[in-house]
Design a protein around this ligand. Structure first.
Ligand code: SF4
Ligand code: SF4
Length: 61
């Protein structure tokens, strides 16, 4: 399985990644977190949507 890796220092909590994700993997409160990594399909939409470059990779477990 794959899942996004989020750099919390770069995240501005805009919510774009959570909005872009078709699988509701990411939750954003004060910072984006990978709340549901098992649901990730590795599509990369969250990475493409992030304006801050905070999603650095789609990691494989
Ligand atoms: S890679 Fe796709 S499925 Fe996985 S967290 Fe990002 S947007 Fe969601
Ligand atoms: S799109 Fe990027 S900056 Fe916005 S909440 Fe997600 S990780 Fe943070």
């Amino acid at each position: 399985m794959s899942h996004p890796v989020i750099n919390a220092d770069d995240c501005v909590a805009c919510g774009a990644c959570a909005d872009a994700c078709p699988m509701e993997v990411i939750e954003v409160e004060d910072v984006a977190t990978v709340a549901n990594p098992d649901a990730c399909v590795g599509c990369g939409a969250c990475q493409d949507a992030c304006p801050a470059g905070a999603i650095t990779e789609i990691a494989e477990d």
